[in-house]
Design a protein around this ligand. Sequence first.
Ligand code: NAD
Ligand code: DAU
Length: 361
Amino acid sequence: MNWLITGGAGFIGTNFIHHILSSRTDVTIINYDLLTYAGNRDNLKTYEETPAYTFIQGDICDRNQVDRVLRDYEITTIVHFAAESHVDRSIVGPMQFVVTNVNGTATLLDATREYWLNNTAAPSGEKRFHHISTDEVFGSLKPGEPAWTEEIPYAPNSPYAASKAASDHLVRAYGHTYGLPVTISNCSNNYGPYQFPEKLMPVVILNALNNRPIPVYGDGQQIRDWLYVEDHCEAIARILADGKPGETYNIGGINQPTNLLIVQTICHLLDELSPSADGRSYESLITYVKDRPGHDRRYAMDSGKIRRELGWVPRHNLEDGLRMTVQWYLDNPDWVESITSREQFRDWMNKNYAQRGGSAK
Ligand code: NAD
Ligand code: DAU
């Protein structure tokens, strides 16, 4: 049971590896990650001395290295998280998203095809290539439109979403054409421990704690479907165990508040758990800034298929998940400092928020 996890040093990959290594003894994990700005090897430092875990710094676009890793570690399962994942960055610099998300996925798929299907030295037994995708491939919902099922046609709006859609199509095509045993999951907005502080929730928590403006894009009435990351990890584990090759599964959190409500709720939690020095509510820091170009208005996932076929339902409601998330950032100042002190991180935050008319430095 040698599993290759790409992008395992990022937010969801880290949580997934923790989930698997803390619940199973029959799996060996090879974490293959380039360590871009979003990767942090130390997230999984605790496993580095154990035989069940190996970290390899590498690029999914590097065919030779991918070939070597598949062969040397006799990989039987691949869970492909590695990607450029931030919509705002894809608007500023779309080409890196094409390189990583499209070319990188194609490289990984083709290397896997060669190794599993055209190589007698490959390990025998069941294989699985599971691709992690997003609800953003479906576009944006109008008020009253039903949540997305797996049958909804793709209509990606941002360069990020388009690059993920392209990668999904490649995965599907390798399954259809070559019989590669692929599954895909499209999931909604994850939140929880280790999320890189460029995304909404950690931005709000850290800006509040540092007495900086809390940037709300546009009118703050956009809706996302929030999924606690641990629930997502359980869903992936179910798909790996019982999902059918060639199938896709939608995964949502069944929590669809407006962005503004999320921001206000986090402020209230912080008022309770870490009150400001001057006694004012963190809500007073909320600042409306220029909207994201092409900003999708509403996402909602219909998770009926994975519930019916694999028995998965999310176990965390938003209230509990938010409280655990805020508490995790409060409890892990060293992790926060190790990321936010990077010059690369500060440059991005200045660049992103300066052009919005905010001052979230
Ligand atoms: P992340 O940005 O936190 O982590 C991405 C990881 O991929 C990093 O560790 C990075 O170093 C690595 N990486 C990037 N380019 C690489 C390359 N060329 N080769 C090897 N490694 C590379 O992302 P995340 O939020 O953990 O998302 C993981 C996956 O889940 C992505 O595919 C994303 O599209 C998808 N997804 C994320 C969410 C979400 O809410 N975060 C929701 C739906 C789907
Ligand atoms: O829906 C799944 C997607 O969720 C994943 O595929 C992406 O990888 C992940 O980054 C996430 O994309 P979003 O664009 O929805 O996430 P983000 O945290 O960047 O933004 C969430 C919402 O909050 C969105 O409507 C924009 C808004 N926002 C974001 C930031 C960073 C703000 O209002 N202010 C902010 O400072």
